[in-house]
Design a protein around this ligand. Structure first.
Ligand SMILES: Nc1ncnc2c1ncn2[C@@H]1O[C@H](COP(=O)(O)OP(=O)(O)OP(=O)(O)O)[C@@H](O)[C@H]1O
Ligand SMILES: [Mg+2]
Length: 551
């Protein structure tokens, strides 16, 4: 059983002693504080399930209602705690404030207890709060033969809030599962293989108290703020919109102080295996891959690009892609310098020592330095914005046995550049699925991609003498053909701009094979050359254009 931790706040020492006695006798773990500042210091160190707050925190001042203010501050730290207000003299104003629902529809205080009735009313109040607000299933049997809970505690990353100490995090994860599976008797958990995002995803087989064995589900848990974003994005942009039925259902959500968890149904038709796009690409022929891409953009994602809000406006692509990819100029310049100065670098050099141009040694060509180029030219375009998935890599696209395409992982879903998902998938094919380290062939291949007109024909045959490059070329051709179709225009400048930032992002990712970074640099340099040719002097006037100007 998870020990229930209670924080009791009263400025009078005798009351604190009385509360400690009453609550510890019931088996609760109790800590007390005598003031607001002491409460907040304690909360910074420890996690509680219930807070019991006295309203008047200065006995010498009859009008003092500091406890109500503290209630809001406690909730700002941990909105998952249940709060019980203690007061000698409840007034209508007090009750109204404590019960007024916040923007999420939840009242800050769960209950009021009058101080002279503490011995009768407090314990039942706490019991009710634990049952209906905290909702931890203490009877749940958890089978975790592969050690998911300990692995998850090491895996989870906290980008926006402070990471809890490991021992407590391990318990907090378990608590999250006891909340998510409140009406279950037993769960069997099996980790799924994952990348490096800092979330923990697990397959769970539940056994319900009343209904017996249930269907397996997926649970995704992570930092509470990130999970909250995914829940909002799902509710706003995904539910009922995307690709008809090809969408995992969000079945339940639970929260603890630092974590959030979502239960999703399995993607794919019932009881069928799904493969992610990355696996399918390696296992299947080109024509199967092309069918999947068509299904993805024509069926699954299509409603987004058709939605009413799809409108044309000036879009500041530099800011958009930099913020989407977390790509700062200083980090990019640092990564470029490290590549340039690395002892292993035999690929490129600064042409005649000028940083605007780089020379690729084996190919004996000089091209614009893309790092310098994006630092100098703000890139914008009039383009359509619409809802996009926002992280369309090959692991977030799942294909069922009917060849239907399902999307998962909605944390970045929202308004964006209409071609963004096409660009992300093309970049994934280029840098995660192509494995050749023949840079000369890759150079020709990238050039081919910039000179072909995929609008006319989706399947241009182009042979580079390396089978995997031919397959990737045709796959990208298919993606670009559909991208053309989405915007209905000939000019692909905005597409190249997106590709450029994705390629540059690869330079900053630690631990990639040097061949991938070199390929990315070649790709980015060729795109800059192309953008320079098509846009010419337009770039130098770009600063003068307002970013919110609609056309
Ligand atoms: N609804 C689902 N049905 C089937 N498998 C799923 C589902 N949701 C997630 N998965 C599996 O779990 C993996 C991770 O899920 P998700 O992509 O949502 O998390 P993530 O934070 O992007 O993880 P990663 O660390 O892999 O980047 C997916 O690649 C997929 O294999
Ligand atoms: Mg993912």
């Amino acid at each position: 059983m998870i020990p229930k931790r209670i924080l009791a706040v009263d400025d009078v020492a005798d009351w604190r002693a009385m509360l400690t006695g009453l609550l510890s006798e019931e088996g609760y773990h109790v800590k007390t504080a005598g003031s607001s500042s002491e409460t907040l210091r304690l909360l910074a160190r420890e996690r509680f399930h219930v807070a019991v707050l006295d309203v008047r925190l200065d006995e010498t001042d009859e009008g003092n209602t500091e406890g109500l203010d503290l209630m809001h501050r406690v909730r700002a730290v941990d909105p998952t705690m249940a709060i019980i207000i203690l007061t000698g003299y409840p007034t209508l104003d007090m009750v109204t404030e404590a019960r007024r629902p916040d923007e999420t529809g939840v009242s800050p205080a769960f209950d009021f207890v009058e101080k002279d009735k503490i011995s009768w009313d407090l314990l039942p109040g706490i019991k009710r709060a634990l049952q209906s607000v905290v909702r931890i299933n203490d009877d749940l049997a958890i089978r975790d033969e592969e050690g998911f809970f300990s692995k998850a505690a090491r895996r989870l990353r906290f980008a926006e809030t402070r990471e809890p100490p490991n021992a407590d995090l391990r318990q907090e994860i378990e608590e999250l599962f006891r909340k998510l599976f409140f009406d279950c008797q037993e769960i069997d958990v099996h980790p799924v293989s994952q990348g490096y995002s800092g979330t923990a995803v697990v397959k769970v087989k539940p056994h319900y108290c009343d209904r017996g064995p249930g269907e397996a589900v997926i649970v995704k848990c992570g930092e509470r703020s990130a999970v909250e974003r995914e829940v909002n994005a799902y509710d706003t942009h995904v539910k009922g919109v995307v690709g008809g039925h090809r969408l995992p259902q969000k079945l339940d959500v639970a929260r603890t102080r630092s974590l959030g968890g979502i239960i999703y149904s399995f993607a794919g038709v019932p009881f069928g295996e799904v493969r992610d796009f990355a696996t399918l690409y390696q296992e299947e022929s080109l024509s199967e891959v092309e069918k999947v891409i068509e299904n993805l953009f024509r069926e699954t994602c299509f409603p987004w690009s058709r939605e009413e809000c799809s409108r044309k406006k000036f879009f500041y692509l530099t800011d958009h892609y930099r913020s989407l990819l977390g790509l700062e100029q200083t980090a990019l310049e640092r990564a470029f310098k490290e590549m340039l100065e690395s002892k292993q670098n035999t690929c490129f050099e600064l042409a005649d020592g000028i940083r605007e141009t780089i020379r690729f040694i084996d190919q004996d060509v000089s091209l614009p330095n893309p790092v310098w180029f994006v630092g100098k030219h703000p890139l914008f375009c009039p383009t359509h914005v619409c809802t996009v998935h926002g992280d369309l890599n090959g692991w977030n696209v799942l294909v069922d046995r009917h060849g239907d395409v399902w999307l998962i992982d909605f944390g970045k879903c929202g308004e964006g550049h209409i071609l963004q998902d096409f660009i992300a998938l093309e970049s994934f094919v280029k840098f995660s699925l192509v494995s050749t380290d023949n840079l000369s062939a890759l150079y020709e291949w990238e050039r081919g991609l910039l000179t072909c007109d995929f609008r006319a024909s989706p399947s241009l045959v182009n042979s580079f003498g390396i089978e995997e490059l031919d397959k990737a070329f045709a796959t990208i051709g298919k993606i670009r053909h559909l991208a053309h179709e989405a915007i209905g225009e000939h000019d692909m400048t905005e597409y190249y701009i997106g590709l450029l930032f994705h390629a540059l992002k690869m330079l900053t990712i630690l631990g990639l094979p040097s061949k991938t970074s070199e390929h990315a640099l070649i790709s980015a340099a060729l795109i800059c050359e192309r953008l320079g040719e098509t846009q010419g002097s337009e770039f130098s006037n770009a600063q003068e254009v307002s970013t919110d100007q609609s056309s």
